[in-house]
Design a protein around this ligand. Structure first.
Ligand SMILES: [Fe+2]
Length: 447
């Protein structure tokens, strides 16, 4: 009898503790900030050039205009061939979010010509945008692009000037990849901020984005609003069930985009898709983009489901590079000199506390980063820069010697910067400051 009473008390104590813990974490797990009311502009706005389908010669253009669907089209002019402008019909759809609605459009440009420059404008009803220009890559030429992890800029943030500087310093970069959480929250004013971030880049260079946890409305099962895919419109034709997966080619690279924020059964569907695509791939360079790092820098028990789902595939089928985000610091892992290379980076105003696991061979903390990747026939050159001042932070070269790939670590002699400003009174911050001190003492050669 006494034993039963003790067991009952223990169970009640556990349930009470669980209740307190759940209620203290409730907002973090489940609550969404309210979306302030908004009215869509009656001029075409938020124009975004993206990739189209799995071919290298496709592009999509999306935009937003008003809140009812009207006849809409893209006027496209091949300035290289001096051809007459073509009118490409757009598909429109009204999306009603929690506090407003807008009509979203996208048009599909297919079989574009390598090396040609195109001018375009978009039209909805009588309203017409200004002209924008983009240039297609040369066939067989090396490819360069800029990658940023989470941006999540605060309202009127500086990400636009950081990205413009990144492209100014890397004039050969031809497109932008965002590793999820480009937008702080799925509410219209943060979407507006994301378009300020992309302004004058996203109309003339294709932008490729994956989903991150901040793109989802929180709940017991996360919910990705349809406007995410209406904007990043290549997903509309490529998603499998509710999984935002996509693959495309550019030069010698094939990209594989994962939707790593999903629950277990969804990740399993993505695993099946990824395996099928990797088996079929003949690309020289295979790059996977995933928001959640398969090897976490925030603790060895994090993201185990994602690692279990995808890591054996990327190793088995010869993926060269996995670009990741989510953990708001910089890290790279080279598997003792063999591919795949895993990197984590972010370009956000927020830095997170990390662990310093020995499986990684370089860390960075306390600033924003961008990466530049350059792929040629036999080398993949992976670099990282401090986005705030353009300082060169890391470099790795993967050399394809036919039947073997070698990694040359060109970044190991670049001094690491691991900085963190502890909040007064925060025990966890103080512990992190102590961890940094120990890490710096242990790896004096890196500083
Ligand atoms: Fe994230």
């Amino acid at each position: 009898m006494r034993r039963k009473a003790i067991s009952l008390i223990a169970i009640i104590a556990v349930l009470v503790a669980l209740g307190f813990w759940t209620s203290s974490r409730w907002d973090v797990w489940f609550s969404n900030p309210e979306e302030p009311a908004y009215v869509a502009s009656n001029e075409p706005s938020r124009i975004l050039l993206t990739f189209g389908d799995s071919t290298a010669t496709s592009r999509n253009i999306s935009w937003m205009c008003d809140s009812v669907v009207m006849p809409s089209y893209i006027e496209l002019y091949d300035t290289t061939a001096h051809k007459l402008a073509q009118s490409i019909p757009a598909i429109g759809e009204v999306y009603e979010s929690r506090s407003g609605k807008a009509a979203y459009y996208h048009g599909k440009l297919r079989d574009l010509l390598y090396g040609h420059t195109y001018k375009y404008r978009v039209a909805t009803g009588e309203a017409v945008s200004e002209w924008h220009t983009f240039t297609m890559q040369q066939e067989g030429a090396p490819a360069s692009f800029i990658y940023v992890g989470d941006v999540q800029d605060s309202i009127d943030g500086v990400a636009n000037s950081l990205l413009k500087n990144a492209f100014k310093n890397n004039p050969d970069a031809e497109f932008l990849i965002c590793g999820g959480d480009l937008t702080e929250r799925p509410i219209d004013e943060y979407w507006a901020e994301s378009f300020r971030t992309l302004d004058s880049i996203g109309q003339s260079m294709p932008v490729l984005t994956i989903t991150g946890n901040h793109d989802y409305l929180k709940g017991i099962i996360g919910n990705l609003e349809r406007r995410f895919s209406l904007i990043h419109s290549y997903f509309l034709d490529s998603m499998i069930g509710e999984n935002q997966v996509f693959t495309t080619h550019y030069g010698d690279i094939q990209f594989f985009l994962l939707d790593s924020n999903r629950e277990f059964p969804y990740l399993f569907t993505q695993r099946e898709w990824l395996e099928k695509e990797l088996i079929a791939s003949k690309a020289k360079w295979k790059i996977v983009i995933a928001h959640h790092p398969l090897y976490s820098i925030r603790g060895s028990m994090n993201n185990l489901v994602q690692r279990w789902m995808f890591d054996d595939l990327v190793r088995k089928y010869g993926v060269d590079l996995i670009l990741q985000g989510h953990e708001h610091a910089y890290a790279r892992m080279t598997n003792e000199g063999s591919t795949p290379v895993y990197t984590v980076s972010h370009c956000s105003p927020k830095s997170y506390r990390i662990e310093f696991d020995d499986i990684f061979d370089k860390f960075g903390s306390g600033t924003r980063y961008y990466q530049k990747i350059h792929a040629s026939n036999d080398t993949l050159y992976i670099t990282a820069y401090d986005a705030n001042n353009g300082t060169h932070y890391d470099s790795l070269l993967i050399v394809n010697n036919g039947n073997m790939k070698n990694i040359i670590d060109c970044g190991k002699n670049i001094r690491e910067v691991v900085e963190f400003e502890p909040a007064p009174g925060s025990k966890k911050d103080a512990e992190f400051a102590e961890r940094i001190k120990e890490y710096k003492e242990k790896h004096k050669d890196r500083f």
